[in-house]
Design a protein around this ligand. Structure first.
Ligand code: CUA
Length: 344
């Protein structure tokens, strides 16, 4: 009678072991690879503070997990049922144990609460750095507008910032609630219609950082991305000098034809190209569009093929976006793409 039970037990144990190995393999696989939106690789003072707090809480949680699991496993094996064994004696009202397991969690919560509250106060108050670079951020369905008031620069979906200087973001919304989130540089901050919020950070490494709207804001919320490019101070100054100016002169024939297409169609009523008659305010400013890394708020690399796709079937690429389909010939679309890429 015993034998089938023993075999069943062995099979169960093998199953558990295999399942355990598979599960931990899946869990470890999740830790590898390059994730541009992982908050676990902070690159600013603000993100560092959040990361330190997260790691502290993580290790407290690990400690609790190990202690509780160890107690459960010990109990299971120590007092498991065996043929001929009596029920183990139950313990009631053991004062030391009762006090211990009431007090220990309370103390752990206090140890977590103190650094948490301190961090909240630090990251929540506006920056006091008088040299901070102010950037005004406006959230739109479904793109980002960035203005540098002291430099007379307006751009969209990408900001360049200098390494080592405090960035003071003033956040507003043009329509519904959005949330500014560049995981490696800072925490989330909501953009609330009718009021201004603030967020500051100082980047400590040159690079391109991915961001994402983190508040559901309609159809294309998931496609409301952005890039923050951290430059050396010299590179930033060079970028700012170019971007503060009007659009470059267009010399290429194809691009000049595209400028004609742009001016003769609905494009001009929504988009601005500095130094030209295009003065639209509704869509992203395109004055230096050709120098941007992405199209459509961080969703496609900025190159000729993608731009043709974007102009030709924008509703397919980014469903619900507020740019209407324009009906142009393939030649006109190619000319338009050449023009936009020439705007550097
Ligand atoms: Cu904007 Cu979600």
């Amino acid at each position: 009678m015993d034998q089938p039970n023993a075999r069943q037990g062995l099979l169960n144990r093998r199953f558990l072991l295999t399942a355990g190995v598979l599960l931990s393999a899946v869990a470890w696989a999740g830790c590898g690879g390059e994730y541009p939106q992982s908050a676990l690789h902070p690159r600013s003072d603000f993100a560092d503070r959040l990361d330190v707090l997260f790691r502290q809480i993580f290790w407290w949680a690990m400690g609790v997990f190990v202690v509780v699991e160890a107690a459960i496993l010990y109990t299971i094996f120590r007092w498991r049922d065996r043929p001929g064994r009596d029920r183990p004696k139950e313990v009631h009202g053991h004062i030391l144990m009762e006090v211990g397991w009431t007090l220990a969690p309370a103390l752990i919560l206090v140890a977590i609460a103190i650094p948490t509250i301190r961090t909240i106060f630090i990251v929540d108050r506006p920056t006091t750095d008088p040299n901070a670079l102010v950037i005004e951020v406006t959230g739109h369905q479904w793109w980002w507008e960035f203005e540098y008031p002291e430099m007379d620069i307006v751009t969209a979906n990408e900001i360049h910032i200098p390494l080592g200087r405090t960035i003071d973001l003033r956040l507003r919304s043009a329509d519904v609630m959005h949330s500014f989130w560049v995981p490696r540089l800072g925490g989330k901050r909501d953009l609330v219609p009718g009021r201004e919020t603030q967020l500051w950070f100082t980047a400590d490494s040159v690079g391109v950082y991915w961001g994402q709207c983190a508040e559901f804001c309609g159809t294309s919320h998931a496609l409301m991305g952005m890039r923050v490019i951290v430059d050396t101070p010299e590179d930033f100054a060079a970028w700012a000098a170019v971007n503060a100016g009007d659009a470059v002169q267009i010399t290429d024939a194809q691009a000049r034809a595209g400028r004609g297409v742009f001016g003769a169609n609905a494009c001009v009523s929504c988009h601005r190209v500095g130094g030209t008659p295009a003065e639209g305010q509704f869509g992203p400013d395109l004055t230096h569009f050709g120098s941007r890394l992405t199209i459509g708020a961080g969703i496609l690399d900025n190159n000729f093929e993608n731009l043709v796709r974007w102009i030709d079937s924008t509703q397919h690429v980014k469903p619900g976006n507020l740019m209407p389909e324009v009906y142009l010939s393939a030649d006109q679309v190619a000319q338009l793409a050449a023009y936009l890429l020439a705007l550097r």
